[in-house]
Design a binder for this molecule. Structure first.
Ligand code: GDP
Ligand code: IMO
Ligand code: MG
Length: 423
């Protein structure tokens, strides 16, 4: 049985922790979209490690880790991350980590272009992670991007990069951005990166299809979350890939027939980093949620915006992904609150909306309708059994699961691998 694990909110739901735990039951964990904009935290013992490109199955020694063709790859980020894996965690990646030869590459000019575009947007900027993700996907869809297989042919690489750099410089000039790109240093460094990552590169679709034929179990690890999906999220305040479960098949090169189950992960409340509408954002409780939940971006360190659980957005994510089961994380962060507002509806111009709005102007103007849930004001941090949770915490989680009409499979009560309730 293969499983897709997806974020149901605006990312940072705790996917890294949950994928690490679940990967014990799988033979392979593969990323299918995004890039090193992701920051997936895995904590065990007294160790805490943030993964950006390497799948969160890497800490289970028998798991094969794959970076699928739908990921945009910054080769230097991969080199640095795999080195850290060897040096800090003593985990040998060769023979365990495989990167698709069809991944599109992030080049230094993608980051410069992103900076130029964000600057031009001013107040309307997306608040990206500045990793060059959007411009790299633009080049992919524009059918001009470079791929990992191009790095494997250094003879022609220089010419391809030079052509692209000339085009990017014209764009930067049009944007009146005070920077020009020099092709030669990029050509030199990328040829070197190709040499270094060669040991990971293969046709990962062929690899995954072989594993499927052998009856091996595959976990597809989502990055970002459903509300950041380029098609289904709060466009334009989204990332540039399909983070929802629909992205799996194209993002790894297997038939959708082989994605058997979908697990959704949400926090017991909501966070978002970057710009865009956030109906349940709370000025009063936000700071307390941020402090208690240590809500600072795993990739950029930016403070995350915080608010209450957004039911209509959760229901939308449950529908888009057709979730089979639900994992709720960071329940312990709510321990301090006497009352916990839970958004059950959006009101817009006096009426309750029946659908999640496509237009961010509408989403920005909706008024959340809250049901006030009883808090538990008792420590849940570290609890590993459902029966040990305070009654009000059980009620909150049952309400959440009933509201979303998705059965609860796991509850997380701390960053640590072991401190999790399995149902
Ligand atoms: P991801 O991007 O979805 O993998 O999530 P991140 O790693 O970016 O952010 C989740 C943060 O919450 C990390 O710092 C985790 O260590 C932490 N975390 C995960 N589950 C829990 C939990 O149940 N309780 C608390 N307090 N922290 C958690
Ligand atoms: P994980 O996998 C939270 C957000 C950025 C910005 C928008 C677009 O750790 O959940 P991008 O750099 O992707 O073009 O930025 O998406 N964003 C994330 N927010 N968690 C992430 O990843 C994110 N990856 C991107 O903050 O609002
Ligand atoms: Mg994260």
């Amino acid at each position: 049985m293969n499983l897709a694990v997806v974020g149901m909110q605006w990312g940072d739901e705790g996917k890294g922790k949950i994928v690490d735990i679940l990967s014990e039951e799988f033979d392979c964990v593969t990323r299918y979209q995004g890039g090193h904009n992701a920051g997936h935290t895995v904590s065990f013992g007294n160790r805490r490690h943030v993964l950006h490109l390497i799948p969160s199955g890497i800490f289970q020694p028998k798991v094969t880790c794959v970076v699928g063709c739908g990921v945009v790859l910054d080769p230097l980020a991969l080199i640095e991350e795999s080195q850290a894996m060897e040096q800090v965690m003593s985990i040998h990646t060769e023979g365990r980590l495989f990167v698709s030869n069809r991944c599109h590459l992030i080049l230094p000019y993608h980051r410069v272009l992103e900076a130029a575009i964000e600057k031009q947007l001013g107040e309307r900027r997306i608040g990206t992670t500045s990793r060059g993700i959007g411009p790299a996907y633009e080049d992919k869809m524009g059918r001009r991007g470079l791929r990992v297989c191009d790095l494997m042919s250094p003879e022609t690489l220089r010419e391809k990069i030079a052509g692209l750099v000339a085009e990017k410089n014209r764009t930067l000039e049009a944007l009146k951005y005070p920077q020009t790109i020099e092709p030669d240093p990029i050509c030199d460094s990328y040829a070197g990166y190709g040499e270094k990552i060669k040991k990971y590169v293969c046709d990962t679709s062929a690899l995954l299809n072989k594993l499927i034929r052998e009856g091996k179990r595959i976990l597809f690890e989502g990055a970002q979350g459903t509300l950041l999906d380029v098609d289904h999220g709060t466009f334009p305040y989204v990332t540039s890939s399909n983070a929802a479960a629909g992205g799996v098949s194209a993002g790894v090169g297997i038939s959708p027939k082989y994605v058997h189950r979908v697990l959704g992960i949400c926090k017991a409340y909501t966070t978002r980093v970057g710009g865009g509408p956030f109906p349940t954002e709370s000025a009063e409780a936000g700071e307390q949620l941020r402090n208690r939940g240590n809500e600072y971006g795993s990739t950029t360190g930016r403070p995350r915006r915080c608010g209450w659980f957004d039911g209509p957005a959760g229901r939308y994510a449950a529908m888009i992904n057709a979730l089979d089961s639900l994992t709720v994380t960071k329940v312990d962060v709510l321990d301090a609150f006497a009352e916990i507002p839970f958004c059950i509806d959006y009101k817009y111009r006096g009426s309750i909306l029946t659908e999640f709005p496509a237009d961010v102007a509408i989403l920005s103007a909706v008024e959340p309708v809250y049901k006030t849930m009883r808090g538990w004001q008792a420590a849940t941090a570290g609890i590993r059994e459902w029966s040990k949770l305070p009654g009000a915490a059980q009620d909150y989680l049952k309400f959440l699961s009933d509201y979303l009409e998705v059965p609860l499979s796991m509850v997380s009560t701390s960053p640590s691998r072991d401190e999790t309730i399995r149902l």
